[in-house]
Design a protein. Structure first.
Length: 159
């Protein structure tokens, strides 16, 4: 095993197995399924190795037969040009637990706010559209806040 890849790869596999155990405990037993033959054909076409794990790499033994799904997955070569979510959707019957994990971990959160708007300070400006206060009341509130922050009331009392 290559020293540069060995330890991180072993750690990654250990974390994968730990998460797999959690997902396996959450999965109803009735969802178990057998690998499909057409999926196996796809794996033969893939050319690159996954996270530094190759056929020559010695993997730590799995703690139970339930981990056969992980072993089958890690034994396969990978293709970096594959769309990950689509691949997992297509292979969800062969890797039911791993596909659930992939769905959770590969999901991308989206927002309807443009990034310029999310990081802009212009949203701090009070306008009639952004606030229900009329402009005069908002202006009076901002002036009062400024006076309090700058102790203007104290200066007026002292005179």
């Amino acid at each position: 095993m290559d020293e540069d890849k060995g330890e991180p790869t072993t750690n990654a596999i250990a974390v994968l197995r730990e998460q797999f155990s959690f997902y396996l405990s959450q999965k109803p037993q009735s969802q178990a399924s057998l690998p499909s033959t057409s999926s196996r054909e796809y794996f033969r076409q893939l050319k690159k190795c996954r996270i530094g794990v190759t056929a020559e790499t010695t993997l730590p033994p799995s703690p139970s037969p339930d981990f056969a799904e992980i072993e089958r997955y890690l034994a396969l070569p990978c293709d970096e040009n594959v769309e990950a979510l689509l691949w997992w959707q297509a292979h969800s019957t062969e890797f039911p637990v791993l596909s659930l994990m992939a769905k959770d971990y590969l999901a991308i959160q989206s927002t309807s706010v443009a990034c310029e708007q999310a990081f802009s300070v212009a949203g701090n400006t009070i306008t009639k559209v952004r606030n229900r206060l009329c402009p005069e009341t908002a202006r009076a509130s901002l002036c009062t806040k400024s006076w309090i922050e700058n102790n203007i009331g104290e200066q007026i009392r002292l005179k």
